[in-house]
Every structure is written in C-alpha cells, then in structure tokens.
Design a protein around this ligand. Structure first.
Ligand code: FDA
Length: 306
C-alpha cells in the first residue's frame, strides 16, 4: 500500500464533494487527464466511443454526468437529457443501455417529483427496448432509491439498480430484490462504521457472497469490478455450478483495465463498459482517484499534456 494512500483518498473524496470545485470545473472542459475516463462532453462524442467499444465486442451503458442538482429546472433538464440519450442510442443502433443517478433527477428536491421524472425516462426506454440502471449513491439515498425502484417495477421491467457490498444491509437487499437484474459493486462512497464495513477483507467477502446469492437465484447479474481476484472467483464459481454465460456480465468503467476487458470478451464472457460523458465530470473523476490513488498518474500526465 502506498504510504500516502489514505490521505490521498480523503483528499480526492473531499474534492469530489466540493460544490464550488464541481461548478468551477464545468467551465474548464475535460482537464487533468479526465478524457481518459470520461468519453467526451456531448452525446455524439460519447456515442462514437460506444461504437468503438462495440467493435471490440464490448457492450456499454451511457451515463450523462451530473451532480448537486438543487433546482427543479435542472432536474427537468437532466431528465430531458436522459431521454435524448435514449433516442440517440436507439437511432445509432449501438449496443448500449443507460445508467443514471436519482439525485440528478431531483431526489433531493422531492421524491415524488423525482419519481415523475423517472417515469418519463423509463416509459421512453421501454418504448425503445432499452434497459435503465439506477446507480446507487450514498447511504442517505439508499432506501429512497429502492422505494422508487419498487414503484417503477410495478409497471416496468426494464429497470434495475445497484447494491453495494460495503453496506451491512446488502445481502438482505439482494434477497429482497430477487428477480430484479442487479449490478453488484463494492461501493464507492465514504460511509460510517454504523452502516458499512470498513475493512477491505470484509467488503470483499460480502461482495462474493452477494454475487453467489444473486447468481444462484437465476436472475441476470452484473458484476461490476476491476478486481481480477473477484473476477477469477466468479469464473471458477460459474464453471463449478454450470451457470450459463448468458446469465451474467462483467462490467468495468471506461478507460480502466482495457486489456482485461478485451481478454474477458475473448474468453467468451459478456462485458459491459460504463461510459460517462458530459461537462459535469469533476466529481466522477475525483471519486475514481479516491478509489485508486495510483491513478493520480493519469491526472498528472493530463495536467502536463494540456
Ligand atoms: P478495488 O478498487 O477493490 O480493487 C481491488 C484490486 O483490483 C486492487 O487492489 C488491484 O489489484 C486491482 N485493480 C483495481 N482497479 C485496478 C486498475 N484500474 N488497474 C489495475 N488493477 C486494478 N459504486 C457505487 O457506489 N454505486 C454505483 O452505482 C457504482 N457503479 C459502478 C459501475 C461500474 C461499471 C463499476 C466498475 C463500478 C461501479 N461502482 C459503483 C464503483 C464500485 O463500487 C467500486 O468503488 C469500484 O469499482 C472499485 O472497486 P473494484 O471492485 O473495482 O476494485
């Protein structure tokens, strides 16, 4: 472990949460090497990147980045943007679905307003035959996210969410959501020891238990991780249990472990790449640096080359 790892993690996490920095960075365009992990500012730039991924046998999920939405007009704008993204996915014929965050769509303003916005998006996605994944944010939004998902699932089956292994409640949530396609992750936010495991070993253990539980239930599972040890354990588990490759996919972030992404495709696994785009890139980029401060090399290279 790098000596500076913990302070760097805290540094990048606090930058990711800084409203003023997020606001300022929107004026910069993609800087600090962010273009290596963010697929562009416009939808058409992002669609071009998705086409390149599809040519390599990788499917994708597009995420229009956005943070700290406090005004109704901003949430409606973000909703319209999601709908435009769905239309572009359909008209360009790419192999791609959509990921989004509920705080972008007004969750912090009013839960029922956010639900209305989501209904517009999911209805359009259903018409176009596109699946929508609700990303999971910090613990403070977890139950609200699951409540909105439950409402939407009463009418639509083209929507799912994400469960984070660091939360004590994760296994219970996976059990309760049986039959709903889930993306399973370790968890990206800083959570308190009251609600979340803090030690890597415990998170990894809970993560693998969640994966097994969801795969065993026969529901389509997305295993979103860059951790080769977890990926190897999943490969061994599905082989041992005779679970078909068509029942799950690996997911990774755009620009991360690209060799491993392509190797998995060659081995016959489904791999989907999470492709973020948009001017609101700063918080996303800082969270990625917080997860793996070694990636700070990205930022430094970008800083000196632009
Ligand atoms: P982790 O960071 O635990 O690394 C484990 C080991 O893997 C490392 O020690 C290293 O050996 C290797 N490794 C990891 N990254 C590497 C790299 N870039 N290069 C080389 N080796 C590397 N979180 C959330 O809270 N809500 C969400 O909705 C989502 N959504 C989401 C979608 C997708 C597609 C992904 C991939 C991830 C998320 N996440 C997320 C983030 C997730 O919760 C988690 O924070 C990160 O994926 C980091 O955890 P990993 O499992 O990738 O490996």
């Amino acid at each position: 472990m790098m000596v500076l790892e913990q302070p760097l993690k805290s540094f990048f996490t606090s930058l990711s949460q800084s409203k003023s920095m997020n606001k300022l960075a929107k004026k910069w365009g993609l800087k600090l090497g962010a273009s290596q992990v963010v697929a562009g500012v416009t939808i058409s730039e992002a669609i071009e990147k998705v086409k390149e991924l599809n040519e390599k046998g990788l499917s994708a999920t597009l995420d229009h980045l956005g943070e700290f939405v406090e005004e109704r007009t901003e949430a409606i704008e973000a909703t319209d943007h999601c709908i435009q993204t769905l239309e572009q996915i359909a008209s360009s014929g790419v192999n791609c679905n959509l990921s989004l965050k509920l705080t972008q769509l007004g969750l912090d303003i009013d839960q029922s307003f956010c639900l209305e916005n989501m209904e517009r998006i999911i209805k359009k996605a259903a018409e176009l035959g596109i699946f929508v994944r609700i990303d999971m944010e910090d613990y403070g939004h977890c139950q609200q996210t699951l409540d909105i998902l439950a409402e939407l699932r009463k009418t639509y089956d083209n929507v799912g969410t994400v469960i984070q292994a660091y939360l004590f409640r994760a296994l219970d949530d996976v059990r309760a959501l049986e039959g709903i396609p889930l993306r399973l992750v370790k968890g990206a936010y800083k959570e308190s020891p009251e609600v979340a495991y803090q030690e890597k070993e415990k998170i990894d253990e809970n993560y693998f238990n969640m994966i097994k539980l969801h795969l065993d239930s026969g529901t389509y599972t997305a295993i979103a991780s860059h951790d080769h040890q977890i990926i190897d354990r999943v490969k061994a588990y599905v082989k041992e249990k005779g679970i078909s490759h068509s029942q799950f996919e690996f997911q990774m972030l755009y620009g991360f472990r690209t060799n491993l992404q392509e190797e998995l495709v060659k081995e016959g696994y489904n791999v989907r790449i999470y492709v973020p785009f948009g001017i609101d890139w700063f918080g996303y980029f800082m969270r990625r640096l917080a997860e793996r401060p070694q990636n700070v090399a990205f930022a430094l290279r970008g800083f000196f080359s632009k």
